[in-house]
Design a protein around this ligand. Structure first.
Ligand SMILES: CC(C)(COP(=O)(O)OP(=O)(O)OC[C@H]1O[C@@H](n2cnc3c(N)ncnc32)[C@H](O)[C@@H]1OP(=O)(O)O)[C@@H](O)C(=O)NCCC(=O)NCCS
Length: 200
């Protein structure tokens, strides 16, 4: 990954898309759609993501969008929204979260609204994001971490060609306060370059 003297000049994108979905940075006008999606999906998100209980008011959501837009501009974090192309429906969120920006090591996070689960939208969005990360951003390593009980999340990692590298025991707590185990998956630039490994 080439390191620019000024990180805020790192080229990103306005949107990524395929025939079904669009992946793009958040806009202020997304607040209602994001708020509604979280509000409708709290039970679905709560076992896995602490933010299930965020976005309690539209003002909180607007503030969150302002924060992630500022972090996008400064290239401190890359938060993205996923939309159904045909209907314009908000589907969920993803992101490339830097662990070590300088060496191109990012963690991918993701969620779908409850009604968007089970249609392949997330895997489609991540394919676009992973392609951008390796071919344009020139990252070296992408990582996915999930609760060991989160079968759907682990399936996403397997489906996209990640290798399970670790199974940490009692390394954190779940949103309900119990101890959790964490699976760690990695995908390297040279593996991505090998088309036999990744279903593209
Ligand atoms: C993790 C999560 C994003 C996965 O969602 P998902 O819908 O299973 O993933 P995808 O969108 O890639 O869809 C894949 C599923 O759609 C099915 N599918 C249906 N139509 C499809 C199509 N046209 N193309 C591809 N897949 C399709 C696939 O068979 C697969 O289902 P299966 O796993 O039962 O075989 C979702 O479960 C979620 O939001 N969970 C709560 C938040 C969370 O856990 N986040 C991750 C924290 S680490």
């Amino acid at each position: 990954m080439s390191i620019l003297a000024y990180r805020s000049l790192t080229p990103l994108f306005d949107e990524l898309h395929d025939d079904r979905i669009i992946v793009r940075p958040y806009r202020k006008s997304d607040a209602q759609a994001l708020f509604d999606a979280v509000n409708e999906s709290r039970e679905h998100l709560r076992p896995w993501l602490p933010f299930a209980d965020k976005h309690q008011t539209i003002e909180e959501t607007l503030n969150w969008i302002n924060v992630v837009r500022a972090r996008w501009v400064m290239r401190e974090d890359i938060n993205l929204s996923i939309w159904e192309r045909e209907s314009g429906r908000f589907l969920g969120g993803t992101g490339l979260h830097p662990r070590t920006w300088e060496i191109g090591y990012f963690e991918i996070g993701y969620w779908l609204s409850a009604s968007a689960e089970g249609h392949g939208y997330l895997s489609a969005g991540l394919k676009l994001l992973i392609e951008f990360a390796f071919t344009s951003l020139k990252v070296q390593r992408l990582e996915i971490r999930c609760d060991a009980r989160n079968v759907r999340s682990a399936s996403v990692a397997h489906r996209l060609g990640f290798t399970q590298e670790g199974h940490l025991r009692h390394d954190g707590s779940t949103p309900d306060g119990s101890l959790r185990n964490t699976l760690i998956f990695g995908l390297l630039a040279e593996e991505y370059a090998s088309t036999s490994k990744i279903a593209r």
